[in-house]
Design a protein around this ligand. Structure first.
Ligand SMILES: CC(C)(COP(=O)(O)OP(=O)(O)OC[C@H]1O[C@@H](n2cnc3c(N)ncnc32)[C@H](O)[C@@H]1OP(=O)(O)O)[C@@H](O)C(=O)NCCC(=O)NCCS
Length: 203
């Protein structure tokens, strides 16, 4: 992916030298969906960086002021997707949360995918208890399209049984993004599928 500059950030491919910054937030992933990305040490992080550098859809989020990698985005069409559909995701070093960096980075990525790559539809999967990620989708004017109940398991309980999570799909169309309309979506509360106020901080 080409480099994208925003007010405070540079979005660019991963490259040699990023391992320590990547390790800083993947030593202990906070979202269950990223547990499989957990890195033990710098050697593992260096291998992960080399893989990411070859992945067109993998984007490092860097602070403009000092070049530090503070998280990453992915945004690409999967192998079995229609060519004009892309899935997106985000993972920020918690140390840099709550400052609008994820919104700034994700907004730039969506804009790039729609305007430069000509993508027609973008979607994101979010666990229903992941309030920060749901909030981000909503701020990006993505519409909640559905909830897949007990859709996926990332962890097991103490007895070894899979813990299933409810997964939401959020999406936005190119025409909606380009028109700046929040179009067809209804304002959402932060309730889980059972209608109970969600309290978790992240999937
Ligand atoms: C999901 C995630 C990317 C959200 O990050 P975030 O920092 O909370 O998101 P934002 O960039 O939208 O910033 C949030 C807050 O920063 C605040 N903020 C502070 N300074 C700001 C500025 N200059 N500009 C904009 N917002 C600013 C805003 O008030 C905003 O809060 P609001 O949404 O109530 O308005 C982050 O929690 C994360 O990486 N989680 C772990 C991984 C994960 O769960 N990934 C998703 C899996 S589905």
């Amino acid at each position: 992916m080409q480099t994208i500059e925003t007010e405070r950030l540079i979005l660019r491919p991963f490259r040699e030298g990023d391992a320590a910054d990547l390790l800083a937030y993947l030593r202990a992933p906070t979202a269950s969906c990223f547990l499989s990305l957990k890195l033990a040490d710098l050697a593992e992080a260096e291998i992960a960086v080399r893989k990411r550098a070859l992945d067109e859809g993998c984007v490092a989020i860097c602070l403009k002021q000092n070049g530090e990698v503070i998280g990453d985005l992915f945004g690409s069409a999967g192998e079995n997707e229609e060519d004009d559909t892309a899935s997106v995701g985000w993972n920020l070093n918690p140390q840099f949360g709550g400052r609008g960096y994820a919104f700034e980075a994700a907004g730039a990525l969506l804009d790039h995918l729609f305007r430069v790559k000509g993508v027609r539809r973008i979607y994101a999967y979010v666990e229903d208890h992941n309030r920060p990620s749901r909030r981000l989708c909503e701020k990006l004017s993505m519409r909640r399209e559905g909830v897949f109940v007990e859709y996926v398991s990332f962890t097991n309980d103490d007895a070894g049984n899979p813990i299933y999570e409810n997964t939401m799909q959020y999406a936005i169309l190119r025409r909606e993004w380009m028109s700046g309309s929040t179009a067809i979506w209804e304002p959402l509360g932060m309730t889980d599928v059972a209608g109970v106020e969600a309290t978790g901080d992240g999937a």
